[in-house]
Design a protein. Structure first.
Length: 109
């Protein structure tokens, strides 16, 4: 691991993660992933990322933020919810935020 120098790593800690994996991530000291769509919070009430996480509005495996909002909250409010989620993510304590171009331009996919 040290042979890579300052190259940043991110642990894809999504899905079922065992205590051993969590311990390894903590031991190495690399950040994990926090995908907004997978939060246990009611995203309409704000967003609070977990510490030491890279925040993603969506990934290549998920719908866009607008598509997810439409499916979960209905087309009539989806744009407002997606917009408020963007605002919440951008004003959150996250040190790194990754947003796809599809999310930024409001693609409903």
């Amino acid at each position: 691991f040290t042979q890579f120098g300052g190259m940043p790593f991110i642990a894809e800690d999504l899905g079922i993660i065992t205590p051993a994996v969590r311990a390894l991530i903590a031991q190495i000291g690399i950040p994990g992933m926090d995908v907004v769509q997978f939060t246990d919070e009611d995203i309409r009430r704000g967003y609070h990322p977990a510490p030491n996480k890279i925040v993603y509005t969506s990934t290549h495996d998920t719908s866009t933020l607008l598509g997810w909002s439409t499916r979960n909250f209905g087309e009539d409010v989806s744009r407002d919810i997606a917009s408020s989620v963007f605002s919440a993510v951008l004003s959150s304590s996250a040190k790194v935020i990754i947003m796809s171009l599809q999310d930024i331009i409001g693609f409903r996919g």
